[in-house]
Design a protein around this ligand. Structure first.
Ligand code: AG3
Length: 261
């Protein structure tokens, strides 16, 4: 059996059949693998982004908590997320939403359309902008109901999307922002730093966890920054496979401190 493993001590071994795409874009190394059990898998700069089979966990959890909290979801800005999975969930929740997605790498969008037709199916229904996310929010003055930051790991390419400055620009446009804030197990330092930066800008920050079997550490986090304290969470009228209000609330209990500190 052949395996793919990220270069990280806690990375899972993912059984693969073969690599079906391998190219360097202007920004990053893009690979697609056909796996044994999980369908196709997208890897950027050596880091697993998604597989056909388990991406619903990440995409439900980066979208539904904030969508369920927010009073409105008519204007949603997605930074990153070029595979289209996040946009797909937003449109499931609100099919009339005006969704704008800003990704720096056109090639990721092209590869996602080619190798992940289901995940990327929303890309034709939204407004896709190829641009640097930081520059985009800095320039924009259009108010949004929610901003979703669906970035890669805080490597040099994406680390600006975890910075205080970026959160400040984003906060001018929206009072709710949700971002992936890395793994509290396998990338704890970056995880804590991102939350810290978010707390400098948003009055309330809620970090919650999801189990993602294909990522190093298998446990991943998201954080919602907002101006108001968390109150009632609306019920959502969508059949989800991982997200539920209860699971979201329970996952805010951060037991990782007991393991890592
Ligand atoms: N983006 C975040 C993936 C980070 C995973 N990190 C890792 N494997 N080292 C996922 C994009 C899905 N739209």
């Amino acid at each position: 059996m052949n395996y793919f493993a990220e270069d990280h001590p806690y990375a899972p071994l993912i059984p693969i059949k073969k690599r079906i795409f391998d190219e360097h874009s202007k920004y990053q190394h893009i690979e697609v693998y056909e796996t044994e059990d999980l369908g196709n898998m997208l890897v950027l700069d050596g880091a697993v982004q998604l597989t056909d089979k388990d991406n619903f966990i990440y995409h439900e959890m980066i979208t539904y908590p904030a969508l369920a909290i927010s009073k409105k979801s008519d204007d949603v800005l997605i930074i990153g997320g070029g595979d289209g999975g996040t946009a797909k969930e937003v449109l499931k929740f609100n099919k009339h939403a005006n969704v704008e997605l800003v990704d720096i790498d056109e090639k990721v969008i092209e590869v996602s359309k080619r190798f992940f037709p289901e995940v990327s199916s929303a890309l034709n229904k939204i407004n896709v902008v190829i641009d640097d996310g930081i520059e985009f929010v800095k320039r924009s003055d259009k108010k949004r109901d929610i901003i979703i930051v669906d970035s890669t790991d805080p490597t040099p390419l994406a680390e600006g999307l975890f910075s205080k400055e970026f959160y400040e620009y984003a906060h001018k446009l929206s009072s709710i922002l949700v971002a992936q804030t890395d793994s509290p197990i396998s990338n704890r330092k970056a995880h804590l730093k991102a939350i810290d930066n978010m707390k400098k800008v948003f009055k309330y920050v809620y970090t919650y966890l999801a189990y993602i079997p294909t990522y190093p550490g298998s446990l991943f986090s998201f954080s919602i920054g907002m101006d108001e304290e968390l109150g009632e969470i609306n019920d959502i009228d969508i059949k989800t496979r991982y997200y539920s209000k209860e699971r979201f609330l329970v996952s805010m209990n951060d037991f990782t401190k007991d393991i890592m500190e």
